[in-house]
Design a binder for this molecule. Structure first.
Ligand code: ZN
Length: 495
């Protein structure tokens, strides 16, 4: 190499020197060509499409469609995007008069090869149907007569006649019509009423929410008036639905309504709450206790019974009836002597008193009145004829369950018994004083608290009382009258 360099320095000039330069130029040209070819191949130039507005576009039904356009340019890896746009051919068409999906294909050529791309165009129904109301949009109507539809049509650009699919609903005072086309475009229209007689407006007399305490007397509603906005009185058209049961705690709703000729109803509501009268919880007495109770009196043996009780200073309880007015004064005497007086039944006729709550409480109130007359006081204790677990009432299913709750809502405590004397038939039935004594004392023997049932209209039962008192006192029992807080010895209700 060094030799050749020396040669070139020392042999400058001449023909040999020119041909060497030519050779070098050719070699450089060859190298440049090879480099250009390599770069060209590496560049891999090909047409590239640019789709304006994207591959998928939507256009509205019935609107003219204008292709947003596609252009193609040669693009390579090394030299990037060229400046010159290639000619692009478009195949396919979009029919905007029919909803659907259309394809447009774009093509260009380069080096004898075809390049393609496609675009999808959705022709969508974006126009809502049109509802046309017949006659007028405002109608003049007497609310009481009601409105009769005057007719309407609905037309859609894509679906055609949609009249049959229109729904008309009341919204406030207006009628709102609506319909949707297959593409989900919804149209609404509205008729605004102009009334000659308007819908009623209610005014409740008294409070909207009424509170009363449970009692026997029917609830007296303060009433309600109604008139329309022009002052037409409609009160006599009010219908009241709902009932307040005065002896049953709870919240009741009274609905006042007016319905027009086409069945449209306007209403208002009043709430009535019936509060229970509180009753004390039972308290167990301290020592061994006998509660002597006598049902179905007063009668001809009641005075004699009161004499015996007086003799020993024993206080008992009388659940009384209105059966024998001649002996009502015994109740005054019993009360005076410190015995408890409770409600039993005026008539004691099961089929009557258990036929309904109304019948039961009508009978119940007769006894209350009689007791008040005789004692000057009211009472808060009672005993159901037949006991709370009776099945003599089963001709009226559930009545004992309702009454047991009702009497307590009214503030009365009801008492059953856990010792039965057998003096009025049934289990251990007898008409002998000795057996009454035996039934009662045997019944008491295993109990700390005994509530004994006897009847003071049975002579043999009254005759057994002195022996029962003596037995009780000898065996360490205290005799007490019932009061609302005494043990109730409730039986399981069977109806
Ligand atoms: Zn009875």
């Amino acid at each position: 190499m060094s030799t050749e360099t020396e040669n070139s320095i020392h042999t400058a000039g001449g023909g040999e020197q020119g041909s060497r330069l030519q050779k070098r130029l050719l070699a450089a040209l060859g190298a440049a060509f090879i480099l250009a070819a390599v770069l060209f191949l590496a560049d891999a130039r090909r047409p590239q499409f640019y789709m304006l507005a994207g591959k998928e576009i939507e256009t509205a039904l019935g609107e003219p469609f204008e292709d947003p356009g596609v252009y193609a340019v040669l693009t390579g890896r090394v030299f990037g995007e060229g400046k010159r746009r290639l000619p692009v051919r478009t195949d396919g068409a979009v029919d905007t008069s029919r909803p659907g999906s259309y394809e447009l294909a774009y093509a260009t050529e380069y080096l004898g090869r075809e390049y393609r791309c496609t675009r999808r165009v959705q022709v969508a129904d974006k126009t809502a149907p049109v509802i046309t109301l017949q006659n007028r949009e405002e109608y003049y109507v007497n609310w009481l007569e009601g409105y009769e539809e005057e007719g309407f049509t609905a037309w859609d650009n894509a679906d055609g006649d949609l009249t049959g699919r229109v729904t008309a609903v009341r919204r406030g005072e207006s009628i709102v019509y609506s319909v949707s086309d297959a593409a989900g475009n919804t149209a609404t229209a509205e008729r605004v009423p102009v009334y000659t007689v308007g819908p009623p407006e209610f005014r409740l007399n008294g409070e909207t929410d009424v509170r009363i305490t449970a009692g026997f007397l029917p609830y007296e509603d303060p009433g309600c008036t109604a008139s329309d906005r022009y002052g037409h009185d409609m009160t006599d058209r009010i219908r009241v639905q709902g009932e307040v049961i005065p002896w049953r705690a709870g919240t009741y709703e009274l609905v006042y309504s007016i319905t027009n000729r086409t069945g449209e109803m306007v209403y208002t509501v009043r709430r009535v709450t019936v509060d229970a009268v509180p009753t004390p919880d039972p308290v167990e007495p301290e020592g061994k206790t006998i509660y002597l109770t006598f049902d179905d009196g007063p009668g001809r043996y009641t005075d004699k019974l009161l004499d015996v009780l007086d003799k020993y200073g024993v206080k008992a309880t009388f659940f009384v009836t209105c059966d024998q007015p001649d002996y009502f004064s015994c109740i005054a005497r019993a009360h005076e002597a410190g015995h408890a007086i409770g409600v039993h039944s005026a008539s004691h006729v099961y089929d009557e008193i258990y036929s309904s709550e109304e019948a039961f409480f009508a009978d119940f109130r007769k006894v209350l009145d009689m007791i008040a007359e005789q004692t000057g006081e009211t009472t808060a204790i009672c005993r159901f004829p037949g006991g709370s677990d009776n099945t003599v009432s089963s001709f009226n299913p559930g009545i004992m369950t309702r009454l047991a709750s009702d009497v307590r809502d009214l503030g009365y405590q009801y008492f059953d018994w856990n010792v039965y004397s057998g003096d009025a038939g049934g289990k251990g039935a007898t008409t002998e004083s000795d057996t009454v004594f035996q039934n009662v004392t045997e019944g008491i023997a295993d109990k700390k608290v005994a509530v004994v049932l006897q009847h003071d209209i049975k002579s043999y039962s009254v005759d057994a009382v002195e022996s029962i008192i003596l037995w009780g006192l000898e065996n360490g029992y205290t005799f007490l009258p019932l009061d609302p807080a005494s043990p109730t010895v409730h039986e399981k209700i069977a109806n």
